[in-house]
Design a protein around this ligand. Structure first.
Ligand code: SF4
Ligand code: SF4
Length: 301
């Protein structure tokens, strides 16, 4: 079985316990306007151009069969994405790693073979593999096969999910993993729809179901100034999470604008919005509110 992977990052310390290797699967059913991995949202491959690495040698223009690349104002690279068929020949021709097709097909054995190289770090630190995205549940069969293969090789796993999956996919994956990192964005449904494109109802229902089961669940909250860094948003989240009992750990992930540059690299800068990072004062107030309610709070994961 193969799935579509867009990155594998080693030595992560924010995606679960210990030192971890994070495997990013392509595809997500949400479209958060602040997304820090905009190249993760589409399930399909995408062409990414990094101007900061580009030497303007124009080898890519020569290499492109349909002529989808041209020189723009000031010698910049312009991609006609409607003409691009994602053949990858520009990326092969680029000696500067400035052009890349994001999202490659990998088999379960290839992914697990990659992460097994880090086994010694997992064993020394109590770490393991985290399947993230996007939302790894956008490829549910592939995710389950990866989790089975890891368990068969005695590798500890976590999944990092936006929580909107249906048809029992989350419960099945949760039964095969050691930890679920569950993202919570906003308790107000209208605001959730405005910011992510979908209702929060299936997400909240999934979290309630998950918390009633045996899975260990850490909730992670992207904290965005003017969106959910106010006292009322924190209070509503606390009121929802407190009765769930098994959810005792909360990670606060302060927004940063890094996703916007990545969105521009795939030609989708217009689809995302620039927000502000929460002030130190607001972050401290949100953290204090969760601590007062008895939660273990971590910043960054
Ligand atoms: S081949 Fe690479 S470095 Fe050269 S112009 Fe194209 S993207 Fe830039
Ligand atoms: S991926 Fe292929 S078609 Fe698309 S810009 Fe590169 S060379 Fe041209």
């Amino acid at each position: 079985m193969t799935g579509r992977v867009f990155d594998i990052k080693r030595y992560s310390i924010h995606d679960g316990p210990g030192i971890r290797t994070t495997v990013f699967l392509k595809g997500c059913s949400l479209h958060c306007l602040w997304c820090h991995n905009p190249e993760s949202i589409s399930p399909d491959p995408e062409l990414m151009h990094r101007p900061s690495r580009c030497s303007r040698c124009y080898a890519c223009i020569e290499a492109c069969p349909p002529g989808a690349i041209s020189k723009g104002p000031g010698g910049t690279i312009v991609i006609d994405r409607a003409s691009c068929d994602l053949c990858g020949q520009c990326a092969e021709a680029c000696l500067y790693d400035a052009m890349q097709v994001v999202g490659r097909a990998m088999s379960v054995d290839e992914v697990v073979g990659e992460v097994e190289r880090d086994r010694i770090f997992f064993e020394q630190s109590g770490g393991g593999v985290t399947f993230s995205g996007g939302d790894p549940l956008a490829q549910p069969a592939f995710l389950e096969a990866l989790l089975d293969a890891c368990r068969g090789r005695n590798l500890r796993t976590a999944i990092d999910t936006a929580g909107a999956s249906s048809n029992g996919a989350l419960e099945r994956a949760a039964a095969k993993t050691d930890l679920v990192l569950f993202d919570l964005k906003h308790m107000d449904d209208g605001k959730h729809i405005e910011m992510t494109g979908i209702s929060n109802r299936p997400i909240l229902e999934n979290l309630e179901k998950l918390a009633a089961g045996p899975a260990e669940v850490w909730v992670r909250i992207p904290v965005v100034a003017g969106v959910n860094d106010d006292d009322e948003s924190a209070a509503r989240m606390i009121a929802f999470l407190s009765p769930l009992g098994t959810v005792r750990r909360v990670g606060l992930l302060p927004y940063h604008a890094g996703g916007l540059e990545k969105a521009a690299r795939i030609g989708r800068g217009e689809d995302f919005r620039k927000f502000e990072s929460p002030s130190g004062e607001r972050l401290a107030a949100v953290e204090a509110a969760f601590r007062r309610a008895g939660f273990e709070v971590h910043r960054g994961g």
